[in-house]
Ligand binder design. Structure first.
Ligand SMILES: O=C(O)C1=C[C@@H](OP(=O)(O)O)[C@@H](O)[C@H](O)C1
Ligand SMILES: C=C(OP(=O)(O)O)C(=O)O
Length: 435
């Protein structure tokens, strides 16, 4: 893959109406449940990012026919829960933690063996968190040092009651997907609310999920019925524009059809507490998920202590939130966010280093950071191949006094392939250079 570089000329403002691409979490789940359902599933608004394409390719390699994706449309010929075929080669999850952890849940219940591989970043990420519950359900999975590649020997699974030690929607989803194949009931309890797209979509495919407070349960042996579903725009992609418009004076932008599932709106709450001017309009429901048009106008931001309960509800938005904090008056304190260290990069270390390059005072903590807002200079940022780090620093250019150069941006295509074009159209002076 070529290593693209972003060059952002300082200044400018964001304006206009735009639609960011489909939600990545919901797109993965649509592909997975569509493949395992009986009959046809038609998906519209699908994210055609590399992460979701990896999930699509994995199911195609297991004999699921699909037409598309094209223009956000994918037609899936579901094979039913028992219809997958043994793949002839390892399944490549690329850069995607969601693909690997959710696929592991599905593969744990198959009658064949399989291997999941990923890129250098994914091979560093912890997989013990899914190995423990899936093994307890009866699967045999080997992984050196709890990391990919994962060799999975599918088995007859039995239900489990599992209290997750960390708040992770990927772990919860892996258990629920394995639970489709398990004898008896599988129940997962989460220590704090995490995104609930799996539970919602399973219900949409006609599968009974019992939800009681922090617990979600299902019984194996049911059936999924193919659906037509529409994927809302991804609030995690919208977040870069929420921050960019907030920090660039004179901005006024409307993001259309964004998913505002309450398990995902932490970024709106955090930015609003910082003083951002964010208005939700045209509230409606799309594909079992609440959706709104979001208008953002620039506003002076103040530093805050981010409440811990909002961390899992904004987990992927922290790179953008670091940039908002760097532009806010006073100090922003992030706590209880150790999970940021095991994403595509160590997002605490990488954001702290990048902000320091721009002249911002940042103190790293093991589970967070303290950021003293001030003026942003320019400089050369190392993104460590992390898509969200790259996009966050691109938006920082709106408030910087000097150009910002961001290395290694090709992975933006994992979640937001159209980011450079949409950002340019909205007013960001971004150039993409090929290394
Ligand atoms: O379930 C999902 O789709 C996701 C869950 C989150 O990960 P964790 O479950 O590791 O918190 C998030 O960071 C990731 O981008 C997508
Ligand atoms: C953490 C992320 O994704 P994943 O875990 O699927 O790699 C992300 O998109 O920010």
């Amino acid at each position: 893959m070529s290593k693209s570089i972003y060059h952002v000329t300082p200044g400018g403002q964001l304006s206009g109406r735009l639609r960011v691409p489909g939600d990545k979490s919901i797109s993965h789940r649509a592909v997975i449940l569509g493949a395992l359902a009986e009959g046809i599933t038609e998906v519209d608004g699908l994210l055609e990012g590399a992460d979701v394409l990896a999930t699509i390719a994995a199911f195609q390699a297991m004999g699921v026919a699909m037409e598309g994706p094209q223009g956000g449309h994918l037609r899936i010929h579901g094979v039913g829960l028992q219809g997958l075929r043994e793949p002839l080669a390892p399944l490549d999850c690329g850069n995607s933690g969601t693909a690997m952890r959710l696929l592991a849940g599905v593969l744990a219940g198959q009658s064949f063996a399989s291997t999941l591989v990923g890129d250098a970043s994914l091979q560093r990420r912890p997989m013990g968190r899914i190995l423990t519950p899936l093994t307890a359900m009866g699967a045999q999975i080997s992984a050196a040092d709890g990391r990919a590649p994962l060799s999975i020997k599918g088995a007859r699974l039995h239900g489990i009651r599992y209290a997750m030690p960390i708040a992770s929607a990927q772990v919860k989803s892996a258990i629920l997907l394995a639970g489709l194949y398990a004898e008896g009931e599988s129940c997962v309890t989460e220590p704090a609310p995490t995104r609930d797209h799996s539970e919602r979509m399973l219900a949409g495919f006609g599968y009974a999920v019992r939800r009681q407070g922090p617990q979600a349960c299902l019984r194996g042996g049911g059936r999924l019925q193919g659906q037509a579903l529409v994927v809302p725009a991804d609030i995690s992609s919208a977040a870069f524009f929420l921050v960019g418009a907030s920090i660039a004076p004179g901005s006024d932008i409307c993001l259309e059809g964004v998913g505002i599932n309450p398990t995902r709106t932490g970024v709106i709450e955090i930015l609003t507490r910082m003083g951002a001017r964010i208005d939700l309009g045209n509230l409606r429901e799309v594909g079992g998920e609440p959706v709104a048009d979001i208008r953002v106008r620039s506003a002076p931001l103040q530093g805050i202590r981010i409440p811990r309960h909002l961390v899992p509800l904004a987990i992927d938005e922290f790179p953008a939130i670091f940039v908002a904090a760097a532009c806010a008056a006073g100090e922003t304190i992030i706590e209880g966010a150790a999970e940021l260290r095991v994403k595509e990069s160590d997002r605490i270390a990488v954001m702290a280093a990048g902000l320091k390059t721009l002249g911002v005072e940042v103190a790293e903590d093991p589970e967070g950071a303290r950021i003293r807002g001030g003026s942003l200079g320019g400089g050369s940022i190392v993104s460590h191949g992390d898509h969200r780090v790259a996009m966050a620093f691109a938006m920082a250019g709106l408030a910087a006094s000097q150009p910002i150069r961001i290395e290694d941006c090709a992975n933006v295509a994992t979640s937001f392939p159209d980011f450079p074009r949409l950002a340019q159209e909205a007013g960001l002076a971004l150039q993409v250079l090929e290394a």
